[in-house]
Write a protein that binds this ligand. Structure first.
Ligand SMILES: Cc1cc2nc3c(=O)[nH]c(=O)nc-3n(C[C@H](O)[C@H](O)[C@H](O)COP(=O)(O)OP(=O)(O)OC[C@H]3O[C@@H](n4cnc5c(N)ncnc54)[C@H](O)[C@@H]3O)c2cc1C
Length: 385
């Protein structure tokens, strides 16, 4: 499969920030480890690979299909600020506050985090190639073939850090197609002003649902529905509680079950914003409706609510479609059985690590998972001298 075309492509990888597309689909650039995704999890992995002495470009490289630094943070809605996010943990080796001036009050996360990531990539000279879209990964025996819209790669190991942002999840409800109003997912939300004066059904019991309910309820009539009664967590959330919550998700993926979101096991923190919503009477939760009508939603008891908008704050799934040919799942639609110190290693194929997946789907989890994946994969492939 390799030949002069490969040499030319290899040169282009080693020589600059552009990956020249090759016309020959049989050509693949050889590299030890490919990291897919340059969000928190991919950057942490790259930092640790470099720290272990793996050579950038020939030993490892990072591919990301976004045009610029920032992972999924660059797409977050404008009102999500550094003071309304849960908490963004510093990447290893550089403090957020050393890269970004946060003194200006309400700093948009979609601006500040990309600024931080860009400074980070530069400071550690990480070999990140963008925009490069990974279309599919296949098993070719000794190597994994990583097909992109630019060059193809033949890697000995893979760290997948593609996050969840690109696979929004909307549950199926009868009648969804006949609804005459607007339906959108958290991912498509920009500003509450779009809904001024309208009747908005907000579906979901997570942190994002509550934040958007808060904003929209100031300008529109809101109807909040959740599958289960939301669990508010009154007390402080200490490290112990955090570890226990993550451990539950870790146990699931070690058993090969699909991960649940970490928030689903941590409960909702009672912030000043939540207290204010309680006082405004906004937190009146209804159970899930049974079907969607042309004009709104209908519950099993026949009661109806007219609505102009249904906003699905129903979460995300891991973006793993490009790994489908590897058949990593235990069963179609099922989970991927994970192993390794922090459950980042795929049990069926130990050359592959998933970071930012399941128990590591948080900024702190992504940091730790990146370190664990690098430290396990490099010796596994015999890359440490
Ligand atoms: C609204 C919202 C708020 C959140 N707030 C917090 C918070 O306050 N604190 C916290 O700890 N966590 C928070 N999280 C979770 C948090 O976003 C993540 O845990 C973390 O930032 C995700 O990092 P990541 O590297 O796994 O993924 P991402 O940041 O999504 O990065 C994935 C990268 O992979 C790239 N990519 C994807 N597919 C491909 C492909 N096929 N080819 C090439 N590149 C690809 C993308 O371009 C992207 O750059 C929040 C999540 C959401 C949705």
């Amino acid at each position: 499969m390799e030949g002069s075309g490969e040499a030319a492509a290899e040169q282009s990888v080693a020589s600059g920030n552009d990956i020249t597309p090759t016309r020959n689909p049989n050509v693949a650039v050889k590299v030890d480890i490919v990291v897919i995704g340059a969000g928190q999890a991919g950057l942490s992995s790259a930092y640790h690979l470099k720290k272990l002495g793996i050579a950038p470009q020939t030993g490892f490289l990072v591919l990301d299909h976004a045009a610029q630094a920032g992972g999924a943070w660059q797409y977050r809605w404008p009102t999500l600020t550094l003071s309304t996010v849960n908490r963004i943990h510093d990447l290893p080796g550089m403090r957020f506050s050393d890269a970004v001036d946060t003194s200006a009050g309400q700093v948009q996360a979609s601006v500040a985090v990309p600024e931080y990531f860009a400074a980070y990539e530069k400071a550690f000279a990480l070999p990140i190639y963008r925009p490069v879209n990974v279309k599919v990964v296949c098993d070719r025996g000794e190597r994994l073939r990583i097909e992109t819209d630019r060059v193809n790669f033949a890697a000995r190991g893979l760290i997948n850090a593609t996050g969840t942002w690109e696979t929004p999840y909307i549950p199926d409800y009868p009648g969804a197609a006949r609804f005459k109003g607007r339906q959108l997912h958290t991912r498509d939300y920009r500003t509450a002003a779009e809904f001024a004066g309208q009747r908005v059904v907000i579906v979901g019991g997570g942190i994002s649902a509550l934040q958007l309910l808060d904003e929209i309820s100031h300008v529109a009539t809101t109807i909040w529905v959740t599958r289960r009664p939301p669990e508010f967590r009154e007390g402080p959330f200490n490290d112990e509680a955090g570890h226990a919550a993550v451990a539950l998700v870790e146990e699931r993926v070690r058993r090969g079950e699909p991960p649940t979101s970490v928030v689903s096991v941590t409960g909702l923190p009672v912030t000043p914003a939540i207290i204010a919503m309680r006082e405004r009477g906004v937190l009146k939760r209804l159970p899930m409706f049974a079907e969607i009508t042309e004009q709104g939603v209908r519950w099993a008891d026949g009661s109806e609510q007219q609505a102009d908008v249904i906003l699905w704050c129903t979460g995300f799934r891991s973006a793993l479609d490009h790994l489908a040919p590897l058949q990593l799942r235990e069963a179609p639609g099922g989970g991927i059985k994970m192993t390794g110190r922090l459950a980042t290693q795929v049990a069926k194929d130990p050359r592959i690590h998933l970071v930012g997946y399941g128990p590591s789907a948080s900024t702190i989890g992504a940091n730790r998972a990146g370190a664990a994946a690098a430290r396990e994969l490099a010796p596994f492939l015999g890359l440490l001298r």
